[in-house]
Each structure stands twice: as C-alpha cells, then as structure tokens.
Write a protein that binds this ligand. Structure first.
Ligand SMILES: [Mg+2]
Length: 245
C-alpha cells in the first residue's frame, strides 16, 4: 500500500512556464542590482569569487572568449561577473554559484511581493486532500530545497510548506539515477514499494521505477515532454487518487 507521495515540482505541481517565464527572467533582470546592493556581504562576495573561479576554469570557447573580452575592458567586477552569469543563463548551464544567487534573488523577490508562485489550479486542493487522508508528501526537484520552500511558502493560497514532510534536491543525487530514489527511501525510512513518484520526465520515472517505486507521468499541456513512454500518465493531480486505492 502506498503511504508516501514523492512529487516533482516543475511540470507536475507548477507549470514549467512559471519557472521559465517568471522566475528565471526575474533573476536575470535583477542580478546586477542584487550584486551591487549586497556586495559588502561576505557571503555574496564569496559567491562572486566562486563564479570567477568557475569562469576561469570554464573551457567552453564562448566563455573563454567572454573572459578575454572582460579582462580587456575597464568594467567593474560586478559588471564582468554579471556578463558571465547572464551568459550561463542564456546557454542554460548549471553553476553552483549562479544557482545560489538565483535562490537569493528569488527570496528577495518573494519577500518584496514581486513574486508569487503560480501552481496548477488543483495543486493545493489535491495535495491538502491527500494530506488529510494521511499520505506523507515529499518534494524531489532539481531546484534547491530553499527554492522549493520559497515556491510553496509564497503561493496565492499562502504558506503551504506544512503540506510536505520531506524535501529533496539534487544534493541527494541526480534525478535520472535510480540510486537517488533508493537513497530518498532510506532518508524517509520507508520501503520503496510504499512510495509513488510523480514527474513530467519519463527518464526520472524510469529511474524511480528501477529503484522499485510506483510512478506516474505528469502529462500536461505546455510540458516539454508529451510522451509517457511505458508509464501511466495523469492529466492532473486528481487522477492520483485513482492509483492510491
Ligand atoms: Mg519536472
């Protein structure tokens, strides 16, 4: 019997467009202003240093080209590092310094009221109902745990973080590797057969299934993946109830 529901966020509880059309552009636009405002803060300065280190070690020709141009110009350190971080966002490359900064920019945006997360229309009602029925809800998303909590803290329906008992991000492991799902079960102290995982990525569903979890593929309009392959697909979270009996 399923007792635990492990949920992806983007494409599963929250439209991918909120992340791509709201969150990422917000961080992009506010990056320079944020760094200038907080450059005296030691944590921010060490993130700037970390980004410089990443840039110097970056072997991508476009990044190297940008670096030699930056070194020739008389721009400020912040202008330079912004040009690199903007470049990383444009080419959709992962960077731990960038990820950390984006999280901090979003936090400020949510706290200022500039940002409010937009979930699917049924998300909160369906999850509340599951929680009422004593299912244990957990999050597994590639966004950092602090970004996950921000997203659920600032919803149109208020702070929803209490819905979830466990939070996992890629520090647990890659979402496309089955070991990550086994490790999540160890962390939740629950046999893998008691967990159902929902995601809009069939490769993630494959990995979870390989670990022994039940899986459902979230098939939504607007999601980049529209082919569930061998997985059962659900059109919204209400369909989850059909699989929990
Ligand atoms: Mg997803």
């Amino acid at each position: 019997m399923i007792t635990h529901i492990l949920l992806d966020i983007e494409g599963t509880t929250c439209p991918t467009s909120f992340v791509s059309d709201t969150l990422f552009p917000y961080a992009y636009t506010h990056l320079e202003e944020f760094l200038n405002e907080h450059k005296e803060n030691n944590e921010i300065q060490s993130l700037i240093d970390e980004a410089w280190g990443e840039w110097q070690a970056d072997t991508d020709p476009s990044s190297k080209d940008l670096l030699s141009k930056a070194l020739m110009k008389n721009s400020s350190e912040i202008e330079n590092i912004c040009s690199y971080l903007h470049h990383l966002i444009t080419i959709d490359r992962k960077s731990s310094a960038l990820k950390d900064l984006q999280g901090r920019i979003w936090r400020e945006g949510y706290e200022k009221g500039d940002l409010c997360s937009s979930l699917y229309p049924e998300t909160l009602e369906a999850l509340s109902k599951l929680k009422q029925q004593e299912y244990i809800l957990a999050v597994y998303s590639s966004g950092s745990i602090s970004a996950q909590k921000l997203l659920y803290r600032h919803t149109a329906g208020g702070d929803q973080t209490a819905l979830f008992s466990h939070w996992f991000d890629t520090r647990t492991g890659n979402k496309k590797e089955s070991k990550s799902y086994s490790d999540i079960c160890i962390a939740m102290n629950i046999p893998v057969e008691k967990v159902i995982f929902v995601s809009d990525s069939y490769a993630e569903c494959d990995a979870a299934e390989k670990a022994g979890m039940s899986v459902l593929f979230s098939l939504r309009e607007g999601n980049p993946e529209q082919d569930p392959h061998d997985h059962k697909a659900i059109k919204d979270l209400w369909y989850l109830f059909d699989y929990l009996l």
